[in-house]
Design a protein around this ligand. Structure first.
Ligand SMILES: Nc1ncnc2c1ncn2[C@@H]1O[C@H](COP(=O)(O)OP(=O)(O)OP(=O)(O)O)[C@@H](O)[C@H]1O
Length: 674
C-alpha cells in the first residue's frame, strides 16, 4: 500500500528508447538467472534417479493389440503418463523384490523355490490388476465420449429449436415448370385486336360481386355508368362504320337510362332508414337492422315481427288509448319483441334487464286477451279469474299490481293481489266478488286455493314473473300446486303445429285481406267453432264465437260486439244462419261446408243483402262429396261459374249414393270458390 502510495508520489522520469531497451535487457537477464538458480535448487533437492529399467516383460494385453489405430491416435497424453507411472512403480517393486530375494537366497536356499512360485503368483495378480485398471480407464473414456456426444446433440437440438432447422428443403417441381409452354410467336403478333372489335375497347378489369355489381358502391350509380358506357361505345362504333342513328334505338336508350335511374335491387333497398318507411315497405334488411338497433334477439320458430310502435301493435283501440293516457310514448325493446308474441298467446320466456319495462310487456297482451272475453259478472265470477300472475315477493307482486291497474282501470278490468301479511279471508272474499286478474305470491295463492277461498276454473293465462328467482327461492312446489288447480282442459296442446289445419292459413289470408270489413266464418260443430275462434284470436284477429252452447248472455255479448265492430269476425254454427238478426256482412266463409244445399243458401244469404255486393267463399274437401251434385246444380241454375274441379268430379255427376264413391281423404281441398 505504502509502495503504491510512494509510486504515486514519485515524479515521472523521461527515458529515451535506448535506455528503455537497456533496462528491459537487464530485467530479462536477471529473470533468466533467477530461473536457473531455482531449477538447480530443485534438482539438488531430488533423490538420485535409479538406473533405467529393463524393457517390460509383461505380455501385452490382447485387447490392446487389437486397438483401433484411430483410438491410439486419439489416446491422450494422460494415458501414456499413467502407463509410464505404472511401469515405474512395477519396476521399483520388482527391484525391491530382487534385492529381498538376493538376501533371502543367501540365508535360506530351500525357500527359494517356494518364493519363486509366490512371486509368479504375485506377478500374475499384478498383471491382472493392471489389465483391470486399463479396462476401467477405457470404459471411463468411452462414457466420457458418449456424454460429450449427448451434450453436442442436445446443443444441436436447442439451436434447431431457436434458430430453426437447417435441413435443406427438397425442391418440388411444379407442373407449370415441368410442362412449360413455349409459344413460337411473339405477343405483338397477336392479331385478335384487329380482327375482333371486342378487344378494341377493352373494359377495365372489375371484381364482380353478387349479380355483377361492385360491393360497397351504389348499384344505381353502377347501372347508370354501365348504360352511359354502352351508349358511348355504340355511338363511336356507328361513327366509325358510318351507320346512321335510328329513332327506335334512341327510344331504347332512353328506356334503359330511365330503368337505370329507377333501378332498385330487390330487397336491397338502401334508400331510406327503416324509421322513414311504412310497415309494408320494410324489407328483410330493414327488419334485421331494426332488431339490431334495439338489441332484440329470439329463439324459436314462427316468430312474428316485432312491433315498431304502439299504433302498429294489435293491442286494440281501447288498450292503445289507455297506453296513451298512461303516457308511454314508445314501446321498450322487450315490449316490441314480446307483445306480438303474447298477442298470439304463444308461450314466451322474456329476458331483459331490470327496469326495461318487462311488466307492461306481459300485462298488455294479458289485458288484450281479457278484453276479448265476457266481463266477469255474477254468472261467471264463481269460476275465478281469467289470468294469474305469480311473483316471488310481496313487493314485486304489489309493483305488478300497480302497473296492471294503470291500464286495467281504463278497461273496467278488476285486479286483486293475494300476498302474505294480509288477511287471507279478506283476500278470498275479494276474489269471490269477481276479478279478471289475480296477482299473487305462490305460497299464499296455493293456501287460498287449498282452503277453497278461490278457484281457477276459467284461468287460461299464467305469468311467472322472475320465474328463475321463484325456483331459486324454493317456490317450485307451490307454483306447481297452483298450476295443478287449473283445469287440464284449459291446457294448450303439446304440439301446437299438429293442431294447425292446412285450411287455416287460407282462412287467415282471406281475413287479413278483409281489412276493417266484417265476415262470418261458418263451422259445422260447436267445438270446431270454438277452436277456430281460438286460433283466429291467437293470430291476432278481432274475433268472437257464436253457437248453441253459449248462454243467452254470452250470445248477446258476442252479437253486440260484432254489431258495434268491436269484433269484425264472427265464427258461428248454423244458429247464426237462421233466425238471428245479424247485420249484413262483406264476406261469408264456409270454413266447413254444410251437408245440404239449403243450409248453404241460408249461410251465404248473410252477405249481399239489400242490393249490396257480397262475397262467399267455401272450402270444399272430399269430406263434402254429399253436396257436390246439388251444389253443381245450384250454381248452374243460378248462372254462376262452376269451378272445373267440381264440374269434373264424379260425385258432382250423380246423386249421392247412386255410384260407388272412393273413401274420402281428410282435408283434401277440391277448391275454394268465391
Ligand atoms: N314503454 C314505456 N314507456 C315509458 N315508461 C315505461 C314503459 N314501459 C315501462 N315503463 C316504466 O318503466 C319503469 C320500469 O318498468 P318495469 O317495472 O316494468 O321494469 P322491469 O323490467 O319489470 O323491472 P324489474 O326487473 O326491476 O322488475 C316503470 O316505472 C314503468 O312504468
Amino acid at each position: 500500500m505504502k509502495r503504491s502510495f510512494d509510486a504515486m508520489e514519485a515524479k515521472p522520469v523521461f527515458l529515451s528508447k535506448e535506455e528503455r531497451q537497456r533496462l528491459a535487457l537487464e530485467r530479462r537477464q536477471a529473470a533468466v538467472a533467477d530461473q536457473r538458480r531455482s531449477a538447480l535448487d530443485i534438482l539438488q533437492s531430488l533423490p538420485r534417479p535409479p538406473p533405467p529399467p529393463p524393457p517390460s516383460v509383461a505380455p501385452r494385453d490382447s485387447s490392446s493389440s487389437h486397438r483401433d489405430p484411430s483410438d491410439r491416435d486419439r489416446g491422450d497424453r494422460g494415458d501414456r503418463d499413467r502407463d509410464r507411472d505404472r511401469d515405474r512403480r512395477r519396476d521399483d517393486d520388482s527391484r525391491r523384490d530382487r534385492d529381498r530375494d538376493r538376501d533371502r537366497d543367501r540365508d535360506e536356499p530351500s525357500r527359494r523355490d517356494r518364493d519363486r512360485d509366490r512371486d509368479r503368483d504375485r506377478d500374475r495378480e499384478h498383471r491382472d490388476r493392471e489389465r483391470g485398471e486399463r479396462d476401467k480407464d477405457r470404459e471411463k473414456d468411452r462414457l466420457e465420449k458418449m456424454a460429450e456426444r449427448e451434450r453436442e446433440k442436445e446443443l444441436e437440438a436447442i439451436k434447431e429449436q431457436y434458430l430453426g432447422s437447417k435441413k435443406p428443403k427438397k425442391r418440388v417441381i411444379k407442373p407449370s415448370e415441368k410442362f412449360r409452354f413455349s409459344f413460337d410467336w411473339e405477343n405483338t403478333e397477336d392479331t385478335s385486336r384487329d380482327m375482333n372489335m371486342l378487344y378494341q375497347a377493352p373494359h377495365e378489369a372489375r371484381l364482380l360481386y353478387g349479380r355483377g355489381f361492385l360491393a360497397g358502391i351504389d348499384r344505381r350509380e353502377q347501372k347508370k355508368a354501365a348504360a352511359v358506357f354502352e351508349k358511348e361505345t355504340r355511338a363511336e362504333q356507328r361513327r366509325k362504320f358510318g351507320v346512321e342513328d335510328r329513332p327506335e334505338d334512341d327510344v331504347a336508350d332512353k328506356k334503359k337510362a330511365a330503368a337505370a335511374e329507377m333501378y332498385d335491387a330487390f330487397d336491397m333497398r338502401v334508400d331510406r332508414h327503416w324509421s322513414e318507411k311504412g310497415i309494408e315497405e320494410m324489407t328483410e334488411r330493414d327488419w334485421r337492422i331494426f332488431r339490431e338497433d334495439f338489441n332484440i334477439s329470439y329463439k324459436g320458430s314462427r316468430i312474428p315481427r316485432p312491433m315498431r310502435n304502439w299504433p302498429e301493435s294489435k293491442l286494440g283501440t281501447e288498450l292503445l288509448r289507455a297506453i296513451e293516457k298512461v303516457g308511454y310514448k314508445k314501446p321498450s325493446p322487450i315490449q316490441m319483441a314480446a307483445i306480438p308474441l303474447g298477442l298470439q298467446q304463444r308461450d314466451v320466456i322474456g329476458i331483459a334487464e331490470t327496469g326495461s319495462g318487462k311488466t307492461a310487456a306481459f300485462v298488455l297482451p294479458m289485458l288484450s286477451y281479457i278484453t276479448r272475453l265476457p266481463p266477469i259478472s255474477e254468472d261467471n265470477e264463481a269460476e275465478g279469474p281469467y289470468a294469474v300472475v305469480m311473483a316471488p315477493t310481496r313487493e314485486l307482486a304489489q309493483q305488478i299490481e300497480e302497473e296492471t291497474v294503470k291500464f286495467a282501470t281504463y278497461l273496467g278490468i278488476k285486479v286483486v293481489s293475494i300476498v302474505g301479511g294480509q288477511s287471507i279471508e279478506e283476500q278470498g272474499f275479494k276474489i269471490r266478488q269477481g276479478c279478471e286478474v289475480v296477482i299473487a305470491t305462490p305460497g299464499r295463492l296455493l293456501d287460498c286455493l287449498e282452503r277453497r277461498y278461490a278457484v281457477l276454473n276459467q284461468c287460461n293465462y299464467v305469468v311467472l314473473d322472475e320465474a328463475d328467482r321463484m325456483i331459486d327461492m324454493g317456490f317450485e312446489p307451490q307454483v306447481v300446486g297452483v298450476l295443478d288447480a287449473m283445469p287440464s282442459s284449459n291446457l294448450k296442446p303439446e304440439n301446437e303445429e299438429e293442431e294447425l289445419d292446412e285450411k287455416m292459413s287460407r282462412l287467415q289470408k282471406i281475413l287479413t285481406d278483409l281489412g276493417d270489413k266484417t265476415a262470418i266464418v261458418f263451422c259445422n260443430t260447436k267445438k270446431s267453432a270454438d277452436n277456430r275462434a281460438k286460433d283466429l284470436d291467437k293470430a291476432g284477429f278481432r274475433v268472437t264465437a257464436l253457437h248453441g252452447g253459449k248462454s243467452q248472455d254470452q250470445r248477446e255479448i258476442s252479437l253486440d260486439g260484432f254489431r258495434n265492430r268491436r269484433f269484425n269476425v264472427l265464427v258461428a254454427t248454423d244458429v247464426a244462419g237462421r233466425g238471428i238478426d245479424i247485420p249484413d256482412v262483406a264476406h261469408v266463409i264456409n270454413y266447413e261446408m254444410p251437408s245440404s244445399v239449403d243450409t248453404y243458401t241460408h249461410r251465404i244469404g248473410r252477405t249481399g243483402r239489400a242490393g249490396k255486393k257480397g262475397l262467399a267463399t267455401s272450402f270444399l274437401t272430399l269430406d263434402n262429396t254429399d253436396i257436390f251434385f246439388d251444389l253443381k246444380q245450384m250454381l248452374t241454375q243460378s248462372n254462376s261459374p262452376v269451378p272445373p274441379e267440381l264440374a269434373r268430379h264424379e260425385a258432382s255427376k250423380f246423386k249421392p249414393g247412386s255410384v260407388p264413391d272412393r273413401p274420402p281423404r281428410r282435408n283434401d281441398t277440391v277448391y275454394a270458390s268465391h
